[in-house]
Design a protein around this ligand. Sequence first.
Ligand SMILES: Cc1cc2nc3c(=O)[nH]c(=O)nc-3n(C[C@H](O)[C@H](O)[C@H](O)COP(=O)(O)OP(=O)(O)OC[C@H]3O[C@@H](n4cnc5c(N)ncnc54)[C@H](O)[C@@H]3O)c2cc1C
Length: 479
Amino acid sequence: MARLRLPALLYPDASELVEDMTSPDVLVLGGGMAGLCAAIEAREAGARVLLVEESPAWRRGGNARHARNMREPHEEPTPFSPRTYPRAELVEDLYRISAGLGDPDLIETVARHAHGLSDWLIARGVALQFPEEGVLPHSRKTVFFLGGGTAMIRALYREAERLGVRILFEAEARTVDLNGRTEVLHAGRVLNIRPGATVVCSGGYQANRKWLQESWGRAAHHLVLRGTKYAMGGPLRDLLDQGVASSGEPGFGHLVAVDARSPKWDGGIVTRVEGVQYGIAVTASGRRFFDEGKDVASTRYGTWGRMALETSGQLAWAIMDARAAAHFPSPVYPPIEAPTLEELAPVIHMDPQVLAGEVREYNSILGAEPDGRRRRLEPPRTRPAPYVVKPPFRAVPFRPGITFTCYGLKVDSRARVMRLDGYPCETVFAAGMIMAPGVLGRGYVSGAALMVAAVFGRIAGRNAARLRGHGLLLPGTRS
Ligand SMILES: Cc1cc2nc3c(=O)[nH]c(=O)nc-3n(C[C@H](O)[C@H](O)[C@H](O)COP(=O)(O)OP(=O)(O)OC[C@H]3O[C@@H](n4cnc5c(N)ncnc54)[C@H](O)[C@@H]3O)c2cc1C
């Protein structure tokens, strides 16, 4: 039996430890929002739970570390969310965004169980933001975490540890079979874990460039990963290869425009690019390529992320003049600045004649120039459209940043993973982004990811715990 070196505090008794490690009642793969909710629910139901997480402890929590808010329906105003957001409206929202790809059973399940999520989290130590005390937007449809997603994740890990969930960090689930038997690589050794039930919560595959390349070609290498670098999709791929049914569509992901100078991964929310609509957007060769005023709503980050994906080299620039800065807060990376467009262009590797000419043409057609010509802008520009005239001129480079992929496992309303033959895997459950495409399709609205992760994490954990000692072995699966 492999000997494990683990923190004494979490694992007080060695013999108990070995048993919990090799044959827990419930094995949870992935320690993000979905995995934590699953582990806590299963433990509260009396199961011996092992949670396996690939990241080191200091980087734990998956993408929830970067999150701010969670969607939650409520029929009455709550201290954390004004007015009402009836369940029926949530159902409508989910049908609209999933555009026919959301499974009606799963949508109804989310809507039914999302009510009361805040209370569940608060009872486990998570603090929420009172709207009147914070700097965050007043939201009827979502609640905000006090201290952000990192504080929320810390509270849930604290609770899981307090309850006695065994947690193994720096442990990668390598293979998972249809009975949930899993090979985990930890400290250079392979552990064979034979749980009563398994909950797969390892997220999407947005960090896996090779896989993304299958749909997006070379563009996949120019995407900025907004969150965890551990989202390689190993368990997802392994289960799909064994004949598990899928949900969502390969080749789609949630994109937003992020500063091209962002870190390759884990840049989080602060790297989003703001203010494109206050100037013009050009390709790396200095040409306008999209109507900057077309989307000025909260969906604009996504619109610019998708547009940046379409550009050559997946690199675009927001060009603004001195007045634009007054419209939005200081960005995390300072814009590149110069007194004239001709001086700005070489700094950002553009032809000065092309950039200055493009801006001159734009201003001229808008009517700012004395010649007063009125020609059609191509691409058109929805008004009001600001002129780009007042020095100094500023440039911000942006690329598509990927938040999560929209292709995953199909589950039923009990969170059981479905096989291609239409039967569920009785002992394998999935929760979070690995099955969320079955609810959200290719769409997204703020706070929906955490809502789905929490709802299905809890359902999966509870149902997995019920199987204690009754694990079924499916015929014909890998031994
Ligand atoms: C910048 C940013 C901001 C966001 N803001 C919001 C927001 O405000 N509201 C909202 O609802 N959503 C938001 N999201 C999305 C949301 O955070 C995620 O969709 C959600 O946290 C997914 O949770 P999950 O547990 O399913 O997956 P993940 O968070 O991806 O967690 C999966 C975990 O599994 C681990 N793992 C992966 N593979 C393995 C393996 N083979 N073995 C062991 N462990 C493995 C990973 O290390 C990770 O910890 C945001 C995402 C980002 C990137």
